[in-house]
Design a protein around this ligand. Sequence first.
Ligand SMILES: O=C(O)CCC(=O)C(=O)O
Length: 283
Amino acid sequence: MAVLNLEVVARFREDGYVRTDGLIDRDELERYGSAIDRAVASRTAGDERALVDKTAYEQSFVQCMRLWETDLGVRPLTFHPTLAQAAAELLEVEAVRLWQDQALYKEPGGRRTDPHQDAPFWPVGDAPLVSAWIPLEPSTEANGALGYIPGSHRLGKLRTVDLTSPEVAYDILADPALAGRRPITVEAEVGSVVWHHGSTVHGAGPNATDATRRAFTIVYLADGYRRAKPWPNFPLDRAGVGVGDLMEGEGLPLAWPRPDGDVPDPPDRVGESTGPQQHVVPS
Ligand SMILES: O=C(O)CCC(=O)C(=O)O
């Protein structure tokens, strides 16, 4: 049985983003939130830098990737069957794989997340991608809720935004293809999920509050697609996926469908994947 109604799927097809309410139980999410907090604290232990001493990229958010590989308490969220099924329904495909999970914590005073598309960062060609952005507390205009440009996913890939040097970066909002359209902010309560397509232009405002904006995201990749480009990419390289090979293997498990209650084991080699990792801008 479907977990989303057809209207939600149609809205996603049209706009390239949609918010779903009530797919995850709030109490369950609170437990996952604590597990994610512990994982982030452990990954960032020893980093005493003030926000001002961090790079522009790090000032947008603390990013801790592939938590499912190291943190047992996070794993059931990453492979939450309702979310993974919803991802498949939104992409209108039979099966989805995990591309990555991550915590994105925007610190008090954290700068905006510069508008960008996700898909151009990764060598996945036209493989459909969808992200579940899961707030661990209400996301608001004030603390850095995400904003999306409706329909921008239908423009395909624009230029890659270099999130590591925003001061010299190409400003995607000025791209003629967007015809001056601005992102629409989508606030979300705990228990809601905001979904965006891999080609949807999106970003987030600064965090003007004195509390960290905590969010967790899961990126799903439609199953059955082949690697398109050779540029270095951790999950594909670790899994030994060459250009032209099907994107599957170590660290890229099927998220949907899976047998009831079954959560995959993490890869043997998690060492290189546990630190914060920036989006690579392909040359
Ligand atoms: O959480 C943020 O500020 C940015 C999120 C984002 O860009 C994404 O999930 O693709």
